[in-house]
Design a protein around this ligand. Sequence first.
Ligand code: ATP
Ligand code: MG
Length: 383
Amino acid sequence: MRKLILIKYASEIFLKGLNRNKFEKKLKDNIRNVLKGMEYEFFIDQNRWFIYGENIDELANRVKGVFGIKEICIVNEIEANMDLIKETALNLYNEVNPIDFKIETNRANKDFPLKSIDVSREVGAYILQNTENAKVNVVKPQCKIIVEIRKKAYVYTEYNKINAVGGLPYGMNGSTMLMLSGGIDSPVAGYMMARRGVELSCVYYHSHPYTSERAKDKVIDLAKILSSYTGKIKMYVIPFTEIQMEIMEKCREDELTIIMRRFMMHVACKLADKYDINSVTTGESIGQVASQTMEGLIVSNDAADRPVFRPLIAFDKNDIMDISREIGTYETSILPYEDCCTIFTPKHPKTKPRLKEILNSEAKLDVNALIDRAIEGVEEYNL
Ligand code: ATP
Ligand code: MG
């Protein structure tokens, strides 16, 4: 007998029809990537995916973070023979010692001489014979002992299940340019897109010398945390000071934020275009701050030439904070380095900007030249 990891992937992948092969291939590649440097064996037994290795805890720990995997189970692999199946099931029963139990059999190997229902009955009877107080409950048992019969047999209980991250295989659903600030929201927004299979690149607008190198390092650290889920991420740091100075000089103070947000959108789209990225993602949430009113979002969205995704749009701040704790970005996000907006924030920003007026103000600036110069100054990081 040996212990293996059984991988159960998201049922959505089953629905992908002809694309299913592509999804499975991507998922396998992504599993291989997170296991780089470890000794293990990956194999498939009648459509079920298994991993064997000495360091099963670390293997499980890594695999459960791969997007597209719903659940993993630590299972006992044995020869498909009734004596061994009974013995293994009894051992598992004794480990858990539940109030009541049920055997559930899944026979993919039709050469196996007994039908599923007969396997369940025999194994159940064996446990009843060899224990004192065992009780069967087929409706709502405390412990389900699962027997899967394929080329080999795999026996486990629900107590051996570990929830994985779910989602869809990373890299299967296009690409997005994540506007990543040092705040709480944008790393969560990036995580949510990546979890649905969208490949991430990040852009950060840096206002040297008004924002420190430490603020930039913080954003790099956040991108690194995201890359622990996705594998390598490209991050682009864009010098933003010239744009902000120009807006301060030439536009009304209360329009500063909204015009700045439009520039962020312009630059993100232009960068996305340059690197062949389909879309842009932000951490915006409706009503959260002055620039995230419906009117504000409409005006900044107008600067985009491709779809802008805002996965947090309808989330409360508390819920966003919970996710950020879960994914490990919270502690970094709350470090107190200033972000670029603190210095250039007007006292009374417009909360109901009108597109026509903002476009008039923007016309006082050489928008294209400013965008081009910002992009020329890009610094690239591979994280
Ligand atoms: P976050 O917590 O993500 O910083 P926020 O609540 O502070 O969001 P804003 O500062 O208005 O909100 O920013 C809204 C969105 O704009 C952010 O979620 C992020 O996607 C993007 N953004 C803001 N500042 C920057 C920046 N300096 N560089 C890149 N993207 C930024
Ligand atoms: Mg912010």
